[in-house]
Design a protein around this ligand. Structure first.
Ligand code: SAM
Length: 251
């Protein structure tokens, strides 16, 4: 039965391409890729000779129609992005929606994802977290986006690019405060994989002092906001009094 396969590809280490991903990419009639030249390198490494189409943010709607046509013709199609899991801060949402709407199966072939890879080794709480993707590029919008999550109790996860890392860490110090715990995971699964951890101010200082820490690909994770009676200035005096009575009755 024909289907659209959503195939995760490595985020650095080619050995992370699963056997099931190789088999799927080899057997479909067509691979839809974010950047054909980029994906071609991966495909030729694994001797996969399937034809590749470009499907990116600018032509996704048009290509979605063409891909539905291919499925109607009885062919299966695979979607890959440049790295990691498609649709996670990558194109594909419109395509998946359209293929489902046309009544065809969409089958995920799971594998690497920078967010999960970073989180599972960071040492921050993982029972609940919020994935924020990329912060806005402009200073004011970035500030506003951070303000929206300032009081969020769950661990915050962001993607970031090297040329904005300093500005983002500085904005985090300003909005989230310098003392909160954070981890920056860089170059995951690659030769220079690094985890920097400490307070936001400490990580900023380390990144400022070492240019190498400003290069490559990075995931930023920040501990969620924790409410304590003492440091929450949103609580008025009456609120603090009620909270203290409640806490005493619990102990
Ligand atoms: N779809 C991908 C995924 O599943 O993780 C993410 C694509 S997004 C366009 C690229 C961003 O993912 C980078 O800017 C970086 O924040 C993060 N990323 C990708 N590969 C990474 C790696 N090897 N180490 C750290 N972060 C990575």
């Amino acid at each position: 039965e024909q289907a659209l396969y959503i195939v995760a590809t490595p985020i650095g280490n080619l050995e992370d391409l699963s056997p099931r991903a190789v088999a799927t990419l080899s057997s479909v009639g067509l691979i839809a890729a974010e950047d054909t030249r980029h994906s071609q390198r991966l495909l030729s490494h694994f001797n996969i000779r399937t034809p590749v189409w470009a499907v990116h943010d600018h032509n996704e709607r048009k290509q979605a129609d063409a891909i539905v046509q291919r499925l109607m013709g009885g062919e299966s199609v695979a979607l890959v992005s440049d790295a990691g899991t498609p649709l996670i801060s990558d194109p594909g949402y419109h395509l998946v929606k359209e293929v489902r709407r046309a009544g065809f199966k969409v089958v995920p072939i799971p594998g690497p994802c920078a967010m999960v890879t970073a989180l599972c080794a960071a040492g921050l709480p993982t029972d609940k977290f919020v994935f924020e993707g990329f912060l806005p590029a402009k200073a004011q919008a970035r500030q506003a986006a951070l303000e929206k999550v300032r009081d969020e109790a769950r661990t915050l996860v962001f993607y970031e690019s090297p040329h904005r890392i300093l500005a983002t860490l500085q904005a985090m110090v300003e909005v989230l405060g310098e003392g909160r715990a954070m981890v920056m995971a860089r170059e995951l699964t690659k030769t220079f994989e690094t985890f920097l951890s400490g307070s936001i101010a400490e990580v900023l200082a380390e990144v400022e002092a070492d240019h190498n820490q400003q290069k490559g690909e990075m995931v930023l994770m920040v501990q969620g906001h924790s409410v304590s009676v003492a440091d929450d200035d949103d609580l008025d005096a009456e609120g603090v009094r009620v909270m203290q009575i409640l806490l005493e009755s619990l102990s």
